[in-house]
Design a binder for this molecule. Structure first.
Ligand code: AMP
Length: 698
């Protein structure tokens, strides 16, 4: 049997750790050069030979274009690719190459086979980035036991110090390319993560860039010469800047000779100037920390200690900031470069069953005693939602299903109302990671298409469940509430252009519905009461119907006219010839179908639609009173509903609201109004028919 390791797949450096078979403590597996960390750099030679780590970094320092670093910053980014020798690589490919070599080297150094690994990711990594990391591990031939958050891993490593009492700890993780901050309560046997936040476009590299920028500006100021267009020079200055930055962690002033274009200059950088030119970067870390405090309702006063993780926390400005804010020195005993890998190794070796905790907790069944082993309660770094319309139906929003800082694993659901007046029986679930109401202000990290929704009326209730696994991967399921059917779900690529989320849903849906054929029959009650009050009811009803037709689009919707009272008469079957239809509506008063309400429009409507190929079928019934055979009408209306014909019922005068609700396909489709509001009610119907809706159900 082989061993299980922890791998810190860092932006700039990576490290591998195991549990020592003799001490039970996590320890770093040094690489072939005897180093605890390996640069996260990959080089692919012209003959496709591969170098990694220190050797690849040397190629990078020589300015080789085939050496790639910082690929972790683009993990899962489908727009990032790098072409070498005519082959295209993405971040997952480079990570897989690095991981395979780290694994093989660790196997050589230990003489053991690696059976599985826990790989760490920044807490702020999204679903997509986590999935890409797992994929890289798999492609490297590694059995990925789990993905864990770097700060959580660091807290595990801190457990090596054997906490005696509960402490609230802030984990400040500033690496080469990412910044994460996490607050956790550490008890003798648990690590309870309270919240985390971060910026994964911020790291030590930004401080390097800042120094490089300073050097090039100073050089240009003194000599008038710019090397901004000289890629090789910039690369070499960047590499040197990192060295200067590290020196500034120990000494207060550094000097850097620049020899370019026949000019020699020695540029000095002291601690104070360094802090000044990079103060905006420290400012960003401060904002992230303040944002986290605000979201978990804590402040610096609640913090018992700070764990520093990541090479960049060696910078004096970081240590001074932490001391100033916390009022204490950062906690010691954890090597900032090694903490994450050590913690991951502990996690990798935790048995699935309850373990014997070294730090106080007792177990009846001691399996393996691992120093630092604690139960972890972790939280989501982002809110997880989906795109839906707001209640008013005038905006697309991020409808949050699992809120940020929810303990994981988590499973939450929300019910959405889907109008099924569309041709397809599908629903799109765009996964949104983030808290902002506007979908595009967040990461859209996945698209799932729910299939085979059964049309059971004008709208369906779809219960969407998000399950956030302990690896931070999202799983999506959907159920149709009417029939409790679990729906089939397909994963799709998120399209490049989702700018439609900024449009008014009505406009957008109108453009989408073009492929569906919609037919509407306006059914008007022509009983005697419509002619009371100087014919006001029939005059206003005629006008409202004419207004309705004017708002529709004849290329999408065919409209017909049916009159009913004691008998019924189909005056016009659904037609795209709105001119003729309007004429028929204007002359509706001349139609004679009797004076009472013995008949109903549903049987005729059903008979017509039974032979129609339209995808979407509506009967809009306009009535002003009580019908003679309401029960029969209800039965006939229900037959329509069952056969995919939606009934919209609009009543005024003495019409009965309970009856309207019975004949309508849903309560939303029944309304009792008055003569003066008829046109407005028809406008609302026109909007309903004009587009589909996916709305949060309240
Ligand atoms: P990590 O991603 O945790 O390996 O951190 C790597 C980053 O830490 C790189 O940007 C390094 O330049 C930076 N770093 C390493 N040592 C020091 C140091 N002594 N002072 C400042 N930054 C450092």
């Amino acid at each position: 049997m082989g061993i299980k390791v922890g791998i810190d797949l860092g932006t700039t450096f990576s490290a591998v750790a195991r549990i020592s078979p003799t001490t039970g403590r996590a320890e770093i597996i040094k690489n072939q050069y005897g180093d605890a960390t390996t640069p996260s750099v990959v080089y692919i030679g012209e003959d496709d030979s591969i170098l990694y780590g220190k050797d690849a970094k040397q190629m990078q320092e020589c300015g080789s274009e085939n050496a790639v670093a910082f690929f972790k910053r683009n993990m899962g980014n489908k727009n990032f690719s790098f072409s070498i020798n005519g082959k295209t690589y993405n971040s997952t490919d480079f990570s897989a190459i690095l991981l395979r070599n780290l694994k093989e080297d660790a196997e050589k150094q230990t003489g053991e086979k690696i059976d599985g690994a826990v790989i760490t990711v920044p807490a702020y990594f999204t679903n997509v980035e986590r999935a890409a990391t797992m994929e890289a591990g798999k492609r490297a031939g590694i059995n990925v036991i789990a993905i864990i958050n770097e700060p959580t891993a660091a807290a595990f490593a801190y457990g090596l110090n054997e906490t005696k009492s509960d402490q609230t700890i802030l984990i400040y993780d500033l690496g080469g390319g990412t910044f994460d901050v996490t607050i956790a309560k550490i008890t003798p046997d648990t690590i309870n993560v309270i919240g985390s936040d971060g910026d994964h476009q911020l790291g030590g590299k930004d401080w390097d860039d800042c120094i490089a920028q300073y050097i090039s500006e100073e050089f240009e100021k003194r000599t008038g010469i710019s090397f901004a267009d000289d890629a090789e020079m910039i690369n070499s200055i960047l590499v040197k800047s990192e060295t200067l930055k590290k020196q500034l962690s120990n000494i207060s002033k550094v000097k850097f000779p620049v020899n370019y274009g026949g000019n020699k200059e020695v540029i000095e950088l002291d601690e104070e100037t360094y802090e000044q030119i990079s103060s905006y970067l420290m400012g960003t870390t401060t904002s992230v920390i303040d944002r986290l405090f605000e979201s978990v309702h804590l402040s610096w006063n609640d913090i018992d200690g700070v764990i520093l993780v990541g090479g960049s926390t060696r910078m004096k400005m970081v240590q001074n900031y932490v001391k100033k804010m916390c009022g204490k020195e950062p906690l010691h005993g954890v090597n900032v470069d090694e903490a994450v890998a050590l913690g991951a190794a502990i996690k990798a070796n935790l048995p699935e069953r309850p373990i014997a905790f070294l730090n106080g907790a007792k177990s009846q069944e001691p399996l393996l005693t691992i120093a630092g082993a604690k139960k972890v309660i972790d939280v989501t770094a982002h809110s997880m939602g989906m795109i839906s319309q707001n209640k008013e139906g005038n905006k697309y929003i991020n409808s949050i299903i699992i809120p940020k800082n929810h303990t994981i694993p988590a499973s939450e659901n929300k019910t959405y109302k889907l109008s099924t007046r569309q041709k397809s029986n599908e629903m799109e679930i765009y996964i949104v990671q983030g808290e902002y109401p506007r979908p595009l202000d967040n990461t859209i990290s996945g698209l799932y298409v729910v299939k085979n929704i059964e049309k059971m009326g004008s709208s369906s209730e779809i219960e969407v469940t998000y399950t956030y696994t302990s690896n931070g991967i999202i799983e999506v399921t959907a159920k149709q509430k009417e029939n409790q059917k679990i729906l089939k779900i397909e994963k799709h690529d998120v399209p490049d252009d989702i700018s439609w989320t900024d449009l008014d849903p009505k406009d957008y849906m109108k453009s989408k519905v073009t492929t569906s054929e919609v037919e509407v029959i306006l059914c008007i009650d022509l009983s005697g009461s419509m002619y009371f009050d100087n014919r006001q009811p029939i005059i206003k009803a005629t006008q409202a119907m004419l207004d309705f037709v004017s708002q529709m689009d004849s290329s999408q919707v065919k409209i017909g006219l049916l009159a009913f009272a004691d008998k019924h008469k189909m005056i016009s079957v659904p037609t795209a010839n709105y001119k003729a239809l309007k004429e028929a509506i204007s002359n509706v008063q001349s139609i004679c179908v009797g004076g009472c309400n013995e008949d109903q429009p549903f049987t005729e409507g059903y008979n017509y639609f039974r032979n129609s190929d339209a995808d979407i079928k509506y009967l809009i019934v306009l009535t002003d009173g009580i019908w003679d055979n309401q029960n029969q009408a209800i039965n006939e209306a229900h037959k329509c509903h069952k056969n995919g014909i939606d009934v919209i019922a609009l009543g005024f005068g003495t019409a009965d609201e309970a009856f309207l609700k019975e004949i309508a396909s849903s309560d939303d489709f029944a309304s009792l109004t008055n003569l003066n509001e008829l046109s407005t009610s028809f406008t609302k119907i026109a909007q309903e028919i004009g587009g589909d809706k996916l709305q949060t159900w309240n």
